[in-house]
Design a binder for this molecule. Sequence first.
Ligand code: MN
Length: 224
Amino acid sequence: MQHILPPLPYDPSALEPHIDARTMVLHHDKHHASYVKNLNSALEPFPELHERNAMWLLLNLRSVPRKIRAAVRNNAGGHVNHSLLWRSMSADAGSAPTGPLADAIEHDFGGLQACKDQFAAAGAGLFGSGWVWLARSNQDGRRLQVCTTTGHDNPLMRGRFPILVNDVWEHAYYLKHQNRRPDYLRGWWQVANWEDAVRRFELSDESAARSWEIKDAPVFAPTP
Ligand code: MN
């Protein structure tokens, strides 16, 4: 089985004007596609890994031959994280979290604005290429935290379940915002998909292990 590029769940222009269509097309059709292609190429000589999904590979790098370990880390990570990213955004996203996620944000950050401020500051402050996340720790009272990862690492590699994610690699914003990453992060809230975050927060109550059994795109669980 080959890893497959999942289709964008909306039209590339759906997130205009906050994320421009040209950026979306390049980001999905070129960048994400190349991670999938490079992952398949790296794995090709290793049939024993062909039934493993991208999340499993990322979390079991010690079981991956040393020769392709870096390629798998970068490209399985790129595949997983971009698959999450497309669903972390929506044209008709709810403007605010609801239910248990809203309660947890209130409890762990003291309010939605404080959570957004920490997220934007962490994303703006990350040196180089990486990702900013709202994630739920599997320790520390299972609190919500803002964290960053570099390259294409995923918070699950450090025991944190991803709830909401944004990409702060330059390719995610450079055409529209050039070097102004904070502007991009500020506008991004207009397309942040809190409905998906609510769904993922519910998932985080279950064993994370169960949710990465699926080989491809619905990396954590299918959208209902
Ligand atoms: Mn990207």
